[in-house]
Every structure is written in structure tokens, then in C-alpha cells.
Design a protein around this ligand. Structure first.
Ligand code: NI
Length: 248
């Protein structure tokens, strides 16, 4: 159930029997010659929807803009500053907590979001630690990345080995091809060279990785592989979400 497609009365009824929500979180940034700009938001959104069908839980609006400053030299990329993303996550969680939601399972699609999201959670959890008299139930936030479950990384290895790469990976492109087959792109490209050195800002990144990929052979992506990855990740999310909701 997508929150965006529910009425307030339906949400109120849901809160009488359940207090959990999955919130997809991603980024809006270039993903090489064939990867969609929305890749990092689309992947967790699709997997969250699939998992929620079985869990019967609500999926919140995707937080689709994240930590993308490295990509700003490529058109279409949008970046928040870390402090902005912290504020967005905090206000989103506290709004929904005001309504009665208590457990927030963020399903992430972008490795660069992880430190900032962890900082936002620390801010949220500190609110109650610093103000014990808040008078509302404790809020708990958990972060999981769709690609980081053991079963998913094993499948990525099996499908692509080292050619999956680090950015614009074949596996994430495959998931978007499965989700949006009408938007599959085809651009000739060579195998990506290995990552030569770290980068620091957007111009630095583009000078090292001129087509946007990092060591990733995105052209190996297929919608069939994407379907397998979505299924594997959704299965892992279902188990992980249930364990989170069962925590005492
Ligand atoms: Ni990505």
C-alpha cells in the first residue's frame, strides 16, 4: 500500500493495527550512458512495493533526492547538502510519528546516503534521550540497502562478478530495466577501466570517469536479471522488516 494512494481515513485505520512503515530513499544522479537518472530511487521503490504486497504494510513517499554532489558535473543530477537531507529525514519521521507511526524502515538505493542517514537517525533518537518527557511512543529508525543483503550480493557476483562495478552497476541498471522496460537505453560503450584514484568534487569525478560509470559494465544489464534481483532483495526485506517489527 502506497501512502500516496491512501486516504487519511485508511491511514488512521491502518494505525489501529500496525505502526510500521517502509520509506524508500535514493538519489537523483547520473548513472552513465544507459543508466536512468532516477536509478537509486527507482530500485528501492520497486523492491519496497514488492515486499509490502506480502507484508501488508504501508510504503511512504520515496525520498528521491540525496547525497549526489560528486555527480553535479553531469546534467540532470540534483544534490542535497548533508544538513538538508538530515532535516528532510528528521521532519518526515517526526511528522509521521506525530500521526502514530513508530517504526521506520528506510530502504536505501544509494551508498552515499548511508552516513548522512545514520546521522539523521542519531538526531531523531537523541530527541527522546534528551527530552524524556516527550509523551509519545519511542520512535525507531532502521536503514537497509537493497543491494547489501547477503543473498543479493551473492546473486550480483553470480551474474556479473567484478564487472558489476561501483557506480552505474549492471545490477542496479538491470533492476530499472525490469521496472521500466519501455525505458531501456542502448548506447555503445567499452568495458569500464578499474577505478584509478579517489575523487573529491564534481569536476574531479567527471575528469576521472568521463562517461559517469565507475568500473561498471552497465551494458551487461538485462531486465530478466533485474527481476531476479528484485525478487531476492524483496525476500530479504520481508524477513528483515518482520524482525525489526518483532523487536521488543
Ligand atoms: Ni546508483
Amino acid at each position: 500500500m502506497r501512502l500516496q494512494l491512501m486516504t487519511w481515513m485508511e491511514v488512521e485505520a491502518y494505525l489501529k493495527r500496525d505502526r510500521g512503515i517502509i520509506i524508500p530513499i535514493g538519489s537523483t544522479e547520473q548513472h552513465g550512458p544507459i543508466g536512468l537518472i532516477g536509478t537509486d530511487a527507482i530500485c528501492p521503490e520497486v523492491i519496497a512495493d514488492r515486499a509490502a504486497e506480502e507484508l501488508g504494510c504501508v510504503v511512504g513517499p520515496t525520498l528521491s533526492i540525496g547525497m549526489a554532489q560528486h555527480h553535479l558535473a553531469f546534467p540532470g543530477s540534483i544534490a542535497l547538502r548533508p544538513t538538508t537531507l538530515i532535516a528532510v529525514i528528521k521532519d518526515t519521521v517526526l511528522s509521521l510519528a506525530r500521526n502514530g507511526f513508530e517504526r521506520f524502515y528506510f530502504l536505501n538505493g544509494h551508498g552515499g546516503n548511508i552516513p548522512t542517514t545514520a546521522a539523521a537517525f542519531s538526531e531523531i533518537h537523541a530527541e527522546r534521550s534528551l527530552n524524556p518527557g516527550l509523551g509519545r511512543p519511542a520512535v525507531r529508525c532502521k536503514l537497509a540497502s537493497w543491494f547489501a543483503f547477503q543473498s543479493v550480493s551473492t546473486l550480483c557476483k553470480e551474474l556479473y562478478g567484478d564487472r558489476d562495478g561501483h557506480h552505474a552497476t549492471a545490477s542496479e541498471v538491470a533492476v530499472t530495466q525490469f521496472a521500466y522496460p519501455e525505458h531501456i537505453k542502448s548506447v555503445p560503450m567499452d568495458p569500464a577501466p578499474p577505478r584509478p584514484r579517489p575523487f573529491y568534487d564534481a569536476d574531479d569525478y567527471r575528469s576521472i570517469h568521463p562517461d559517469g560509470r565507475i568500473a561498471a559494465d552497465s551494458f551487461l544489464a538485462t531486465p530478466e536479471a533485474g527481476g531476479r534481483l528484485v525478487a531476492a532483495s524483496a525476500t530479504a526485506v520481508i524477513e528483515d522488516y518482520r524482525a525489526f517489527m518483532a523487536e521488543v
